[in-house]
Write a protein that binds this ligand. Structure first.
Ligand code: SF4
Ligand code: F3S
Length: 444
């Protein structure tokens, strides 16, 4: 039996796709092997290109795989394979370079591995133009991660072309899994015993706009709730302009309702300065964002609101940075993800003139991260002494061997307890905030 390994860089969407490819290969009779222990006949490297560094790490991963598995056929796919196929093709030892447009064909390509031809040259010329791909493709992508809260990819691509972002070039236009297929996948996960599913995609707020007839995320979430196959559903991230009051209200309904949307919204702000937002080509301003956060908390007072910020965009003066800082400071958001801007070749912002010197970017990121830590602490503190509903994960903390779990509003909680608590929901009283960015509690 032929053996294979899939190595994945980048985001959850890439992980979902890798698991989808692996599952299809297993169904075709190939055997997955442990990356560190065994030899493999085929190594698939699913790359990322979000920054120049991610591209470099992808190339490194390819070289490492060639060294570690000298006998294996090497297949390179993913976003870096889409953006820079020639660069990967030039690495001695690469057999196939498969862009995102053809990624879903990999299992078919590898089905008869004995006759797998060395086609690196051809694979360069036969690539599907990703900009023309208009249908959701591939085997259903589910990343099992912690094995308690699987991620299901329901959408791919993006039409927004923010001026710093390479993703629309790497993944093409927005396209969605059909509602029926999403319902079937969530139903299957429910039957497998999962209590929560995280819906993921590149631009989830565009879900359904490409389908015939068109639909949207709200109507999908309603169908998932009505089907009630899982206890809770989470959306991984949603753009500010696409988080409607209807969606917010779905999270406001009772905690016991099956299929209810988690009280957790992860919203990319990027900058709190209107001038910078405009240069980023983001379709909202700081006042809109502020009103959105306040509206969420008015309707869902205990909601977790996570915010992405992109710091040091070209032209970001100290005043513009302060506008971002001050906006976050006044808003009761729960946590921040802080990303330093790094110019990505192939995007307009790469050649914007007024780049911020890197030491300045670093220092601003540090200030934002400190603010983020304070926000997180303040959010957790609100729940100390309170009883919360926790979905306990299927693994223990590696260091202290306690059980780990997550509330629907994204508070990590550690408790003492037996293995029988795995994948169950428990009422937990939060007793303290622990030093490791988590909280601790006791079973009520
Ligand atoms: Fe990139 Fe903007 Fe699309 Fe997000 S919305 S994937 S940042 S282009
Ligand atoms: Fe990277 Fe592509 Fe995801 S660029 S972050 S793997 S969408």
């Amino acid at each position: 039996m032929k053996t294979f390994i899939v190595k994945t860089l980048g985001c959850k969407v890439n992980q979902c796709e890798s698991e989808g490819i692996a599952r299809t290969l297993i169904e075709s009779g190939l055997e997955p092997v442990d990356g560190d222990l065994d030899a493999a006949d085929i190594v698939i490297i699913n790359t990322c290109t979000i920054t120049a560094k991610a591209g470099m790490q992808s190339r490194q991963a390819v070289r490492q795989a060639i060294r570690a598995y000298p006998e294996a056929r090497i297949v390179v796919t993913g976003c870096h394979a889409q953006i820079a196929p020639g660069e990967l093709h030039d690495i001695d030892g690469v057999d196939w370079v498969v862009g995102n447009g053809d990624k879903h064909k990999i299992p078919e390509m590898l089905r008869d591995t004995a006759s797998l031809p060395l086609m690196a040259d051809e694979s360069l010329h036969d690539r599907t133009d990703i900009a023309l791909v208009d249908r959701f493709q591939g085997p259903p992508g589910i990343a099992h991660g912690s094995r308690t809260r699987p991620f299901l990819k329901i959408q791919d691509g993006c039409n927004a072309f923010c001026t710093y972002c390479i993703v629309p070039h790497a993944r093409g236009r927005s396209r969605s899994m059909s509602q029926d297929q999403v319902i079937a996948q969530v139903g299957q996960l429910g039957r497998l015993g999962y209590r929560e599913v995280v819906l993921t995609g590149i631009h989830l707020g565009c879900y359904g706009h490409d389908l015939h007839p068109t639909t949207d995320l709200y109507s999908l979430l309603c169908r998932i709730r009505d089907a009630g196959a899982v206890e809770r559903i989470r959306i991984s991230s949603i753009e500010p302009a696409e988080l409607s009051d209807e969606i917010i209200d779905l999270a406001a309904s009772g905690n016991t309702e099956r299929g209810r949307l988690c009280r957790h919204f992860h919203i990319p702000l990027q900058s709190g300065d209107d001038g910078i937002l405009e240069r980023m080509h983001r379709p909202y301003g700081r006042d809109y964002f502020k009103a959105l956060v306040l509206r969420i908390l008015e309707r869902v007072p205990d909601a977790a609101i996570g915010v992405d910020t992109l710091i040091g965009f070209p032209g970001e003066s100290e005043t513009a940075f302060q506008n971002t800082y001050a906006l976050i400071e006044v808003l009761p958001v729960s946590y921040l993800h802080v990303f330093p801007f790094s110019p990505r070749n192939g995007t307009p912002a790469f050649s914007f003139k007024d780049q911020v010197p890197f030491p300045e970017v670093k220092q601003r990121c540090q200030r934002m991260r400190e603010l983020g830590a304070k926000k997180r602490m303040a959010f957790y503190e609100r729940f100390v002494g309170k009883a919360v509903d926790v979905l306990v994960e299927g693994t223990r903390d590696r260091n202290d061997l306690r059980l780990k779990g997550l509330t629907d509003n994204y508070i990590p909680v550690k408790i003492e307890g037996p293995d029988a608590y795995y994948n169950t929901r428990r009422k937990i009283r939060i007793t303290a905030i622990s030093g490791d960015g988590s909280t601790e509690g006791v079973v009520c």
